[in-house]
Design a protein around this ligand. Structure first.
Ligand code: TNX
Length: 512
């Protein structure tokens, strides 16, 4: 008895000692979580991660096992290796992942409980568990090795998102991004609990997805990009690999075929898609609004039917994006006729329509979503027609907008977006007539006229992406820039550890 008391005392003193030596944080509320969780309660002690710490997974879910694998890989970077084991009951120590119904937490919610001996992550579904894991990963110190003991502050995080759609877009058409680069982008989204990656797969400068029934789209249309580089495309096999990689991280891919404008690459590949029957030259500039599919030729709709059928078959997610923006050389009536018909094709293949806000000029099918980027009138018209709204206001959420006049990449047609300006807005109050009930969520698009690879993209994406993730996840009443910037400051080291070339905004008190 006496012995136990002494060893307990020694252990307690040790934790206290560790806590006092500045390395160890035992106050969970001090962790710089992004996005900010709904609630954090600290219990003031510490969990020690060891080489022998096992990750236990409730049996029966493939997705949970994947999530555990991702967690093990991350913890393994610190411990050397970490074992994963399925179990039928909760263990008494280690790390435990399980799915558990919990009405209070909604469908993507989770509870992360860090005890002295046991860390439990329970999600209301597999996505919830994945988000709990991301939260746990943010409690790990950056750049540690198990030379030193590794302690995590104890306590409980209960959490769920404000919006169901939390996304980013990558324009792989203006510049092609390789499979590895897109996976890296997916990793960025996953770290911040985003769940949708919109891929802009076609534009004037390139067609990036293999369509078996129209092979010249890639034989010809994929062969270049802005600036005249060699372009590229994803085979259907590669695309499936991306879809799976994203799904393993609870991210849905939303594929976009932009039409009837932004179609020069297709018009260069197939002469018959042009009203004059003449193939266009490939295009490597950055103008917009000069191309259109021929809206009164039947072959146009046969083409779209084939493309969307093949694309829908590659898409487990619920949406197909039909673009619809900036069709400046399509007559209004032709545009409306075209968008009406194309929506029906999307429906026929069992998918929901998303389009840029211009599509609200058409009759919208049930369940259509209008992506607000520029035009308030279009967007409110969409709402009046019963559509949902995805919020991507260019002046706030465009990742390709420059931070200021000194930014090395990016454009500024919608203004400069410093990190605070990108963060400080509420999707539910930004546009009069568009309220929370109308909004499915937020998306931050990265157009790639000025960035040709992931390293260049990182400069525009970071540090703004975590802010967009927080807007999508955290209730507006819980968000404020002055507090957020101190949390963001602590993520600078994480970016560096990941080799991310971020913009060191002077507005953020980065930690040295
Ligand atoms: C407008 S946003 C576009 C894109 C450009 C972008 C550049 C939208 C629906 N259309 O074609 O790439 O501006 O910021």
């Amino acid at each position: 008895m006496k012995k136990i008391t002494v060893s307990a005392l020694v252990a307690a003193l040790f934790v206290l000692f560790q806590a006092c030596s500045e390395k160890i944080e035992t106050d969970l509320t001090k962790t710089a979580f992004i996005p900010k969780p709904v609630s954090i309660a600290a219990t003031g002690t510490a969990f020690e991660i060891k080489k022998s710490t096992v990750i236990y997974v409730q049996e029966g879910s493939e997705q949970l096992l994947h999530t555990a694998g991702i967690l093990a890989a991350e913890i393994g970077k610190v411990t050397g290796q970490t074992r994963v084991q399925t179990v039928s009951e909760a263990p008494s120590k280690g790390i435990y992942l399980a799915i558990q119904e919990n009405d209070d937490l909604g469908k993507e919610g989770y509870e992360l409980n860090i005890g002295k001996k046991l860390i439990t992550i329970t999600g209301t579904n597999a996505a919830g568990c994945f988000y709990g894991v991301q939260t746990l990963l943010q409690t790990l110190p950056v750049n540690t090795s198990l030379e030193e003991p590794l302690y995590l502050a104890t306590g409980t995080v209960r959490d769920y998102p404000e919006y169901g759609y939390r996304g980013a877009m990558l324009d792989v058409a203006r510049h092609f991004f390789t499979l590895e680069e897109v996976k890296q982008y997916i990793d960025f989204l996953a770290m911040y609990k985003m769940n949708a990656l919109h891929l802009h797969l076609s534009d004037d400068q390139g067609w990036r997805i293999e369509i078996k029934s129209w092979p010249k789209l890639t034989e010809i249309g994929a062969q270049t990009e802005v600036g005249g580089g060699e372009g590229g495309f994803y085979t259907q096999e590669q695309y499936k690999e991306l879809v799976q990689y994203a799904a393993d991280r609870q991210i849905m891919i939303v594929p976009e075929i932009d039409m009837p404008g932004h179609t020069n690459a297709a018009l260069a590949s197939y002469a018959e898609l042009n009203c004059d029957g003449k193939a266009r030259d490939l295009y490597t500039g950055t103008e917009v609004g000069f191309s259109t599919l021929c809206t009164d030729k039947e072959v146009t709709y046969e083409f779209i039917d084939d493309v969307l059928r093949e694309l829908a078959a590659l898409t487990p997610g619920e949406y197909i994006h039909i673009g619809g923006d900036e069709s400046h050389v399509t007559a209004h009536d032709d545009y409306v006729y075209f968008v009406n018909r194309v929506q029906k094709i999307v429906e026929k293949y069992g998918k929901k329509v998303i389009g840029w806000d211009e599509i609200a000029n058409a009759e919208l099918v049930d369940d259509a979503t209008v992506q607000f980027w520029a035009d308030v009138k279009n967007t409110t018209m969409g709402v009046e027609k019963g559509a949902k709204v995805l919020m991507s206001p260019a002046a706030r959420a465009y990742l390709d907008m420059q931070y200021d006049s000194t930014s090395q990449y990016g454009l500024h047609w919608a203004g400069y977006i410093e990190v605070d300006h990108g963060y400080n807005w509420d999707p539910a109050t930004l546009v009069e007539g568009v309220t929370k009930e109308n909004i499915i969520g937020i998306e931050a698009p990265l157009w790639s006229e000025t960035v040709s690879n992931i390293d260049e993209a990182e400069y525009l994406v970071f540090p703004r992406l975590p802010g967009y993730a927080e807007i999508g996840w955290t209730a507006p009443a819980q968000r404020n820039w002055d507090e957020y910037k101190t949390r963001l400051a602590k993520h600078g080291k994480r970016f560096e550890a990941l080799g991310i070339d971020y913009y060191k905004s002077a507005l953020v008190p980065w930690e040295e």
